[in-house]
Design a protein around this ligand. Structure first.
Ligand code: ADP
Ligand code: MG
Length: 336
């Protein structure tokens, strides 16, 4: 039974490894690492009812599970070379051809959208009452060239790709927590685009692979800008032995037109500052590399916005039009 599932729905995703390497079908996969490179391994688990609603589509579940992994590789500056899948599958999913086909298609279409070869190289399949997926993506980066959270320096510019708050807006729409009045301010197109952004994030892989040697540190925004920038500050302070903080100008945050409408009405800065599910890159860059980073973003057709800078004292300071601004609750998504 399980064997049939693997042959039918997973084997077709396993093609594309170089000659001599081995993907699905043996006890383990064999993958050649190019000389002078390091293997980058990232893992993310998604549990039904926790990380996606029980009625989420199989297609979106697969897309997102792989996308969040590839986003971690992008933030490390790595090139993806494959992924594995630990799958705990309820009987109803395993027995639905439609569900399994959609699930497999979600992986396929995300990989196709990257334009890269990212085969499914193996995994494990078990039965469970709760659908749970653990995807582990593998990537490579030239030895010593990985981008770490720990490299930020005082005086670095802080920049982000794409727009902020769109994942949080999508989630508010999916959970229907916006008031009818606020919802009325959003066009159908804005609502569709926020939901699509939530369900089918696009990892910034091309940009990620060009980050070395331009940026000092990077992280992908999964738990909200403030929390994730906080991780950069913590790791970089520890590694440099000096307290670091950041100053962020709210007017410089890149917003979609839908998010802009909500901010204009309700000053809902929590969404772009603390909303999770962004999967954009937050980067810190020496001012003299800023132009080159802008050129890279233009080449990758990615929006890049400078939103503030790294300071030499602890804490993240927010300003609005240059005036200090304090946020009622500035925490990112809390896992526990
Ligand atoms: P084993 O008994 O050695 O664990 P399995 O029967 O679990 O082997 O798996 C057979 C093959 O199918 C292996 O190559 C494994 O990597 C692959 N495989 C199993 N489950 C999955 C999955 N969910 N996704 C991708 N490959 C899988
Ligand atoms: Mg097994």
């Amino acid at each position: 039974m399980e064997f049939d599932l693997i042959e039918r729905y997973f084997k077709p995703l396993s093609l594309g490894l170089p000659q001599g390497d081995l993907s699905i079908g043996d006890d383990g996969a064999l993958i050649t690492i190019p000389p002078q490179h390091q293997l980058v391994v990232v893992t993310d688990t998604l549990v039904s009812g926790v990380h996606f609603p029980h009625d989420a589509s199989a297609y979106d579940i697969a897309w997102k599970a792989l996308a969040v992994n590839l986003s971690d590789l992008a933030a490390m500056g790595a090139k993806p070379i494959g992924f594995s899948l630990g799958l705990s599958l309820p009987k109803a999913c395993a027995e639905s051809e439609q569900w399994m086909a959609d699930f497999s298609q979600g992986f396929h279409d995300l990989v196709a959208s990257t334009g890269m070869s990212i085969p499914l190289v193996g995994g494990d399949t078990t039965r469970s009452d709760v659908l749970t997926l653990t995807v582990s993506a593998k990537g490579v980066v030239r030895k010593g060239n990985a981008i770490l959270r720990s490299g930020a320096k005082a005086g670095d510019l802080v920049a982000v790709t794409g727009v902020l708050g769109e994942g949080a807006l999508g989630l508010a729409l999916a959970l229907d927590t916006l008031s009818p009045e606020l919802k009325a301010d959003l066009s159908e197109q804005e609502k569709r685009s926020a939901l699509n952004y939530l369900n089918r994030p696009l990892p910034q892989l091309a940009m990620g692979q060009g980050l070395y040697p331009l940026v000092n540190s990077a992280i992908d925004i999964s738990d909200g800008l403030l929390q994730d920038l906080g991780h950069i500050l913590k790791r970089s302070s520890l590694s440099g032995g000096k307290s670091l903080g950041a100053q962020i100008e709210l007017n410089d945050l890149p917003l979609s037109s839908g998010m802009r409408a909500l901010i204009d009405k309700e000053a809902w800065w929590q969404m772009p500052l603390s909303g999770g599910d962004e999967y954009q890159l937050c980067l810190t860059v020496k001012p003299e590399n800023w132009q080159a980073l802008q050129a890279l973003a233009a080449e990758c057709e990615v929006a890049l916005s400078r939103i503030g800078e790294i300071t030499d004292h602890a804490g993240i300071e927010l300003t609005l039009d240059g005036e200090l601004f304090s946020l009622p609750d500035s925490a990112g998504y809390q896992h526990f």
